[in-house]
Design a protein around this ligand. Structure first.
Ligand code: TRP
Length: 343
């Protein structure tokens, strides 16, 4: 972890797209860490709805998903007194800085982004939006506006984070020190949860197949059914491994470990000589029990009519203060004429 000479606590920013229901991959790979980080860092946790519209979305679904994501942040234990929880589109500085950064970003940098290539390949070439292409400049704006020191993200975001660092350095060298150059903060190996139906791809909330993901709000029966159907292999031994042949078993063990925080050795010993059905039953059990308190809290939070909206309103107010301070410096540095009526 980098040292700082300043007295303010290190800042963290991260975000999740409201693009459907959150999965146990989002929980184990992101939210669970975020809860731990809020005690030691100044944390900004964003719901990145502007990223979500880089592919077509149904407005009502986007709205519902944004609220649900916010409620799940809270249900997992993120406390608004400690961490700032806000919706990206509520802070217009994100769009503004993204434009400015876009003008500093060579097309060649964006052309190299593998996530763009992957996502674009899933759509008709003519319908791929310019927003999907410039997605990384918006993500850079999210991070740089808050002068974040650390950005907890999954491995799939490494390239976007590199681009953010490159942009911060480019801006700083052209216009003078303005942005903190952020570092990625990658969860320890193990928190990467794969699809139950295809353990070679990351578990994704936008995958539509019924047996791909366990959602955080799934009923116990659904969870059991999905895990019992998880793809394994034709063998019968249970151990942690990088062997792609056994990716399904490794994934189940990883889920088990992430929910129980037991050591790999203890888990392997527990399942030595057992069959895959027994492994799946045990995994389903720890997932159901691990999600139970979160689901209960979620129901409480969403039963109070405008609690979520209130949290988001206060979060946006706090976020705007920080974001607008950075944006004002940026405007001045690049030579935008100060607006006489702007505070
Ligand atoms: N691109 C990230 C993802 O899909 C989401 C994201 C948007 C993000 N802005 C961010 C993550 C800023 C960290 C920081 O996972």
């Amino acid at each position: 972890m980098p040292e700082t000479t300043s007295t303010r606590p290190l800042r963290i920013l991260s975000g999740i797209q409201p693009s459907g229901q959150l999965t146990i991959g989002n929980y184990l790979g992101a939210l669970k860490q975020w809860v731990q980080l809020q005690d030691d860092y100044e944390c900004y946790y964003c719901i990145v709805d502007m990223h979500a519209i880089t592919v077509p979305r149904e407005p009502a679904e986007l709205r519902a998903s944004t609220r649900m994501t916010a409620a799940l942040y809270l249900a997992c234990g993120i406390r608004p007194e400690r961490a700032t929880i806000f919706v990206q589109s509520h802070v217009s500085a994100h769009a503004e800085l993204a434009w400015i950064l876009g003008c500093l970003t060579p097309m060649g940098w964006l052309n190299r982004m593998t996530q763009f290539k992957d996502k674009a390949a899933k759509q008709q070439a003519e319908s791929v939006s310019a927003g999907l292409f410039t997605y990384p400049t918006l993500m850079a704006a999210d991070i740089l506006l808050y002068q974040a020191n650390l950005v907890p993200v999954g491995d799939d975001q490494r390239q976007h984070l590199e681009l953010t660092r490159d942009l911060a350095q480019r801006f700083n060298s052209q216009y003078g020190e303005t942005f903190t150059v952020p570092e990625g903060f990658f969860p320890k190996a193990g928190a990467r949860i794969m699809g139950l139906d295809n353990p070679l791809v990351k578990m994704s909330k936008s995958e539509t197949s019924d047996y791909h993901a366990v959602y955080m709000l799934d009923e116990p029966d659904q969870i059991k059914r999905k895990i019992m159907r998880a793809v394994t292999d034709s063998g019968n031994s249970i151990y942690f491994t990088d062997d792609p042949e056994k990716a399904g078993v490794n994934n189940l063990l990883t889920i088990y470990q992430a929910f129980t925080d037991e050591t790999k050795e203890a888990i392997e010993a527990r399942f030595a000589g057992k069959g895959y059905a027994e492994l799946k039953k045990a995994v389903a059990e720890v997932v159901v029990e691990g999600l139970r308190p979160i689901q209960a809290r979620y129901r409480e939070l969403t039963a109070e009519s405008d609690l979520i909206d209130q949290v988001l309103m206060q979060g946006a107010a706090k976020a705007r203060l920080v974001a607008n301070t950075t944006l004002n410096t940026v405007r001045e540095r690049i030579g935008f004429l100060a607006a006489a009526d702007r505070a």
